[in-house]
Design a protein around this ligand. Sequence first.
Ligand code: COI
Length: 356
Amino acid sequence: MLMVETINIDKRLRESSRIHEVDLKNIAFGRVYSDHMFCADYKDGKWQNFTIQPYEYLKFTPGAAVLHYAQSIFEGLKAYRADNGDILVFRPEMNFKRLNISAERMCIPTLPEEIFMGGLVELLKTDRHWVPDAPGTSLYIRPYIFATDEYIGIRPSDQYKFIIFTCPVGAYYSKPVKVKIETHYTRAAEGGTGFAKAAGNYAASLYPAKLAQQRGYDQLIWTDGKTHEYIEESGTMNVMFIIDDTLITPSTGDSVLKGITRDSILTLARSWGMKVEERKLSVKEVISAIREKRLVEAFGTGTAATIAHIELISHNDEEFVLPKSHEGSFSNRIANTLNDIKTGKAEDPYNWIMSI
Ligand code: COI
């Protein structure tokens, strides 16, 4: 259990919940929003105005800096319903730390831990009935910060808004994904913002992803911006490959997001005695492993996506069908173990769970 200092939060709650409008057993990702949100403002050099209020439209100026120059960062984490009714949040302190790493890169003032954790805990207590319990569902939590100065000159904003809202969600990808290795467009360059959860990174990825989707692929696998020879990450996920008996994933550096699911899987795999390599991984090595039938499986990892099996990889207009996952596959075993930890069914040897 995390101990955090308390903050004073003003509460303006809905008179009645909208939850009866929602079928919590059948929910698409990111379409349904819980009753309330936590908000804070940064002005006069400090974070202030802590409120829990209904999830509703915001009022801000057309000149708001974020609308023009994307000075905005976000996080994604999940809460689960345990069998005993407790609300379990998975590794929130990792998201807190990463939010501030992103903040620094984007010239956004960092957020004190008591505001992130205090707001999160109070919001989850307020909307605890929104945490679904059907298998495969969870409450997705979206903390984000954006620049609100009314100013269209280029400079860091003086004012910001921090919001946390939540969405009950089902699977992000409902079936195994088909991916195209991107060797023309670049997601992130050395020295760029790839390691940060900066809104603009995702905006810039949309066009190449759209071209791939028009050709029937679900996502891209990005390669490095310099040579396009090394695998980096996928649009919404880190990527992992099992080649022979080794779990291999690209090292992170400054162009790959340090995924929390990625870290959790590597930690568990190592504890199981599996060979794990975080290193540069060339497209050539992956394609040779596929041709030589040494690639055992490939999957994406992320908070929203959890573990998404990759069924097909396209490279230079050649398509490679990958081995199907089965009950004994590493990706299935690790997905089940992680899910059991997240829902309180298995022990939590690394203290990943914050119980509310
Ligand atoms: C997450 O997995 O939480 C993400 O932030 C991916 C998002 C772009 C859907």
